[in-house]
Write a protein that binds this ligand. Structure first.
Ligand SMILES: C[C@@](CO)(OP(=O)(O)O)[C@H](O)COP(=O)(O)OP(=O)(O)OC[C@H]1O[C@@H](n2ccc(N)nc2=O)[C@H](O)[C@@H]1O
Ligand SMILES: Nc1ncnc2c1ncn2[C@@H]1O[C@H](COP(=O)(O)OP(=O)(O)O)[C@@H](O)[C@H]1O
Length: 281
């Protein structure tokens, strides 16, 4: 096998509870990660040498900090692999919007190169490597909708009704670090058990603070709630609502103010990346 094209889908946090702050400054969370069926696409091509090169439809993303390059280099180093690759990233997801696009790209890179370089590393090993790159990477490596604890790395599969979501991303950049460092962040939500997930009220502890600091997020939520109950994902800025069907989601999307960005996606319990990998067997 010389080429491999794989999806890197988005996620939503159907709820996000912050339960405490750890001595290392990070926060323990409880969250329900819902995978979606839309995202970026990555193509991996074997090279004759051991170089790793990245190309992308967004030239600003072609740099050493890109999580795709960092994931590829980490895997090459970990496995002492002498092979290289050209990687093309087709960036489709809004960036820095709480949809996990960068983390998903990193996970797809770990999964894709494990296959292309025939490393045969286990999913546990890849998830462990992914955690070094970001808290959400293990979710995308494992590829199932899940209840998560810790910083998001302790995952239990939790299949959900596969609903239709409208996701709207207002034009503002929110720093995850700024939100987590803010004194007004709610960080003492009581811990719930996995049995309580479906009955507990779902809320995002970052949302009130983000609405206060970034009024455009509050305005976007006020727009969306006219159509369906809505919430913010991650540390923002994207917001989402579940709709009973494609038609009603499409109706709301058609009313979106011109400068806003939105898309419709279906919630999925299994990441399409795993089905795509199985197709290459
Ligand atoms: C909170 C979530 C929920 O999905 O937000 P989104 O990024 O999706 O919006 C993620 O777990 C975010 O993960 P990720 O985006 O990888 O965060 P990182 O880059 O690791 O962290 C940025 C900074 O946020 C703070 N941080 C992050 C995660 C966490 N559980 N506690 C923290 O206190 C730390 O100060 C860290 O330096
Ligand atoms: N492959 C990538 N795709 C998107 N962003 C990336 C990538 N690699 C690094 N980044 C950086 O990570 C930041 C957050 O990316 P992203 O995962 O899209 O957001 P979020 O964590 O809010 O869901 C971006 O602003 C960008 O600077």
């Amino acid at each position: 096998m010389k080429h491999l094209t794989l999806p890197a889908v988005a996620k939503l946090n159907l709820f996000l509870h912050i339960t405490d702050r750890r001595p290392d400054g990070y926060h323990n969370l409880q969250t329900l990660f819902q995978l979606l069926d839309v995202g970026d696409e990555l193509t991996f091509t074997l090279r004759q040498d051991d170089e790793i090169r990245l190309d992308c439809n967004n030239s600003e993303l072609i740099n050493e900090q890109n999580l795709v390059l960092r994931a590829a280099r980490l895997l090459q180093q970990y496995s002492n692999c002498t092979q290289g690759c050209d990687i093309y990233l087709d960036k489709r997801l809004p960036m820095g919007g709480g949809l996990g696009g960068g983390s998903s790209d990193a996970a797809t890179t770990l999964l894709g190169l494990n296959k292309l370089w025939q490393l045969n590393l286990t999913t546990d090993t890849l998830a462990g490597l992914g955690l070094k790159l970001g808290a959400d990477v293990p979710l995308f490596v494992r590829g199932y909708t899940a209840f998560a604890e810790g910083v998001g790395e302790k995952l239990q599969p939790l299949p959900m009704a596969e609903k239709v979501y409208l996701v709207v991303t207002p034009d503002c950049h929110i720093s995850t670090a700024e939100i987590f460092q803010h004194p007004d962040l709610t960080r003492n939500t009581p811990i719930i058990s996995v049995d309580q997930v479906l009955t507990a009220p779902w809320r995002n502890d970052c949302q009130p603070l983000v609405e206060q600091l970034y009024p455009i997020v509050a305005i976007t939520l006020q727009w969306l709630v006219e159509y369906a109950p809505c919430q913010m994902t991650g540390t923002g800025a994207s917001v989402f609502a579940a709709f009973p069907d494609q038609t009603s989601a499409q109706h709301a999307l058609a009313q979106l103010p011109p400068s806003w960005r939105g898309f419709i996606a279906k919630g999925v319990n299994q990441s399409p990346v795993w089905a795509a990998l199985a197709d290459t067997e």
